[in-house]
Ligand binder design. Structure first.
Ligand code: B12
Length: 359
């Protein structure tokens, strides 16, 4: 009998290859058609559930299908009617699969459907639009963080950057500026955007300004003694969230690593080429949304022999939502945040030789 993972692989392949046919079969079973939506849009929507379901099966992670549904229920906006549509689509997809898979394979898909239905049974507002500010009253440097955010929201980048220089002059540690100003401010902007209180242009402006502020701090990070090791850092094709990766990579640089930073949306082959070309001992990969996790798994499945010894450290929101997921993608380690990334990298390399030297 095929092993469990081979069976999961077979179902995932089936879902990926026959997504359109499954969506067509499922759409015929739907009791209600959403008013004003075209047949093509409906098919596309049902089809869009197949890849997250396949990823969830492949990586044995209900959180991947949960995150997908949490995301789509907010488009165009959360409502009981929207949740009901999605519930019906999931049911119809499940029925379509029940007619095409063996009973054993079909049974393996059920936990993921149940997890999806469970998500849709909870109020949307509780799941994805937290109302509590990321800038809590008692947080360290909260005044500096609020001022920084206030300047950015008012379009005053120069004043915001002056506040960062002021904090440095006052002796604030550079890592603390990341931890207590840049990171909570980015999260706060995400919340404000999600709540419709800032627009896309403001979010882009704030993020670009923080990228500029971060660039001005690079020399401070590099002041630490070098450890003689090199890392490559990347997010993979389709993932535009470069800031979380930037923060992790900068923290590792501040601990002595030299970083070859590729930034956003990098093709897998280019990532491995960079690892080989720069003799990197560590590959740092970030995934910001659940549908980016499949790319990480594909990257690691394509690992060339020349990189057999490269350690792979992964992280990002989907890995934080399911702390077993890093193993399912084939990584060597995971860390929930930038500070723990330093600890994890130290653990991975403790006692490992570097160019013949025991460190
Ligand atoms: C800025 C931003 C963008 C920018 C990114 C620009 C850039 N230069 O990075 C742009 C405009 C491109 C963008 C686009 C989108 N975004 Co956006 N974005 C954000 C925002 C506001 C901030 C991201 C950030 O800077 N985070 C900063 C750090 C602090 O975040 P962090 O994830 O906590 O990172 C820590 C850990 O996760 C961990 N970690 C992360 N990576 C790694 C890697 C390793 C190896 C390790 C060890 C650890 C680790 O360590 C980090 C530091 O401690 C977030 C809100 C948020 N809460 O993050 C939304 C957010 C991530 N985006 C979101 C969405 C929905 C989108 C879009 C789909 C919007 C759209 N409809 O187009 C697109 C998708 C684009 C794509 N294809 O990737 C959602 C995702 C929700 C979900 N379901 O997962 C969020 C959460 C906003 C929200 N509240 O809804 N976005």
């Amino acid at each position: 009998m095929a092993s469990l993972s081979a069976q999961h692989q077979a179902i995932a392949d089936f879902l990926s290859e026959h997504a359109l046919a499954l969506a067509q079969a499922a759409s015929l079973q739907l009791p209600d058609r959403p008013a004003g939506s075209s047949e093509a849009a409906l098919l596309e929507e049902i089809r869009s559930h197949c890849q997250p379901l396949a990823d969830a099966l492949l990586m044995n992670s209900v959180s991947l299908i949960e995150a997908h549904l949490e995301h789509v229920r907010h488009e165009p906006g959360p409502s009981p009617a929207r949740d009901e549509q999605l519930r019906q689509q999931l049911n119809a997809l499940r029925q379509a699969l029940s007619q095409r898979l063996t009973i054993m394979h079909y049974n393996l898909t059920l936990p993921y459907f149940y997890a999806g239905q469970e998500v849709l049974s909870k109020p949307a507002a509780m799941v994805e639009a937290p109302t509590q500010s990321a800038l809590a009253n008692d947080a360290p440097l909260v005044e500096a963080a609020r001022e920084y955010l206030m300047h950015l929201l008012a379009g005053r980048r120069t004043e915001a950057l002056a506040g960062i220089r002021q904090a440095l002059r006052a002796g604030t540690n550079v890592r603390d500026i990341y931890l207590h100003i840049f990171m909570p401010v980015q999260r706060e902007i995400g919340q404000l955007w999600h709540q419709g209180k800032v627009d896309v242009a403001q979010e882009h402006y704030c993020t670009a300004a923080t990228e500029l502020a971060i660039a001005t701090l690079h020399a401070y990070l590099m002041a630490a003694p070098r450890n003689g090791r090199r890392l490559v850092a990347a997010t993979l094709s389709g993932d535009l969230h470069v800031m979380p990766l930037r923060i992790v990579s900068d923290f590792l640089e501040s601990d002595g690593w030299d970083a070859y930073f590729l930034g956003a949306s990098t093709p897998a082959a280019s990532v491995w080429q960079a690892v080989v070309a720069h003799r990197a001992e560590l590959l740092v990969v970030s995934a910001s949304m659940s549908h980016h996790v499949g790319r990480v798994r594909e990257l690691l499945a394509l690992r060339p022999d020349a990189c057999a010894d490269t350690c792979v450290l992964v992280g990002g929101a989907p890995f934080n939502a399911d702390p077993q997921l890093w193993q399912a993608v084939g990584a060597d380690a995971w860390a929930p945040d930038a500070m723990s990334a330093i600890t994890e990298a130290k653990r991975l390399f403790s006692g490992k030789t570097r160019r013949g030297v025991l460190v």
